[in-house]
Design a protein around this ligand. Structure first.
Ligand code: R5P
Length: 313
């Protein structure tokens, strides 16, 4: 069985990097638009009996990118690919995994139905916002963690004697704890609430000692940047000497870049699960970490066998 990648438009750069590492081909395909903006997908070579990894990060424009992915899955299934794995390094709609209010949609579940119905046999993603979303899928679903890559980078750059790892909200505690244990540092938690009217994040309390400490904030998503900038301010007000952040998915919408630039955050490290090099160009405090080799290794293990969890031991 041959392993190949179908590269959707939002993850072309990552697909090329992973294909090079794995020494595999990118499927010849055409993803085009009709004049009314409908998407058309055509696979230009046979994929019969082949193992195809479809790569697409579900970031802005989320709905366009999602539809492109679903049509690629449908085309591959109808073309008799033997297995189809969705590789969505950034998994959109993952913040809507429950009903926080009486009559809301659970869009993460709807997405699962759409992806499975369209033909996916398996899903691979990274630092998904809520791990319980795996339960929405009755197919194998692997979630990779950036904590190994972040820990290596932190060890290279900072003296760990004076370091604390900070979760900017209660929901991120498990992620931050994992990293703090890996580094042997203490954990600080910020009690954050979203204002129901403005939807903006507000800091309520910093739990733990940050006085004279170098604080590293860890999060899965930077969207508007409010969570990060408010946390930075609160930590500096409580006596932290320096604040840096390691955040997996650079969604960077709205005024995020302006907020980050105006903040006293020293450096923001993000990964390239979402291609943000154009957005971040010229902003010296943003540093992009390449995760293509981790993705490539996981895909190889899916294809030829081997433990994915051992990647994180
Ligand atoms: C929320 O629970 C997430 O983990 C992130 O903290 C949040 O999505 C960041 O959003 P923003 O940058 O808009 O505050």
């Amino acid at each position: 069985m041959k392993m190949k990648i179908l590269a959707c438009n939002n993850s072309l750069f990552l697909a090329k990097a992973v294909a090079k590492i794995c020494n595999i081909a990118i499927v010849d395909s055409t993803i085009a638009r009709f004049s009314d903006s409908e998407i058309s997908v055509e696979i230009n070579e046979t994929v019969r009996g082949e193992e195809i990894f479809v790569m697409q990060s579900l970031s802005n424009p989320v709905n366009e990118n999602l539809m492109e992915l679903l049509l690629c899955l449908d085309a591959l299934r109808r073309a008799s690919a033997s297995t189809i794995t969705v590789v969505a390094p950034y998994f959109g709609y993952a913040r809507q995994d429950r009903k926080p209010f009486a009559r809301t949609a659970i869009s993460a579940k709807l997405l699962a139905n759409l992806i499975i119905t369209s033909g996916a046999d398996r899903v691979l993603t990274m630092d998904i916002h809520a791990e319980q979303i795996q339960g929405f899928y009755d197919i194998p679903f692997d979630n990779l963690y950036s904590s190994v890559i972040f820990a290596d980078e932190i060890k290279k750059r900072y003296n760990r004697d004076n370091l604390v790892i900070v979760s900017p909200d209660i929901g991120g505690v498990a992620r931050a704890r994992k990293l703090s244990q890996r580094l042997g540092c203490s954990l600080v938690i910020i009690d954050k609430r979203r204002n129901n009217l403005t939807k903006k994040a507000e800091v309520i309390e910093v739990i733990g000692n940050v006085e004279n400490k170098n604080c590293i904030i860890v999060d899965d998503i930077i969207d508007s940047g409010n969570t990060l900038c408010n946390a930075t301010l609160a930590l500096l007000e409580k006596g932290a000497t320096e604040v840096n952040a390691f955040i997996t998915h650079a969604v960077l919408s709205e005024r995020a870049l302006a907020n980050i630039n105006a903040s006293n955050l020293k450096n923001l490290f993000v990964t390239n699960t979402i291609d943000c090099k154009n957005k971040a160009a010229g902003i010296e405090k943003i540093i992009i970490i390449d995760i293509s080799s981790l993705l490539a290794e996981a895909m190889k293990r899916i294809s030829i066998g081997g433990s994915i969890s051992k990647l994180f031991n």
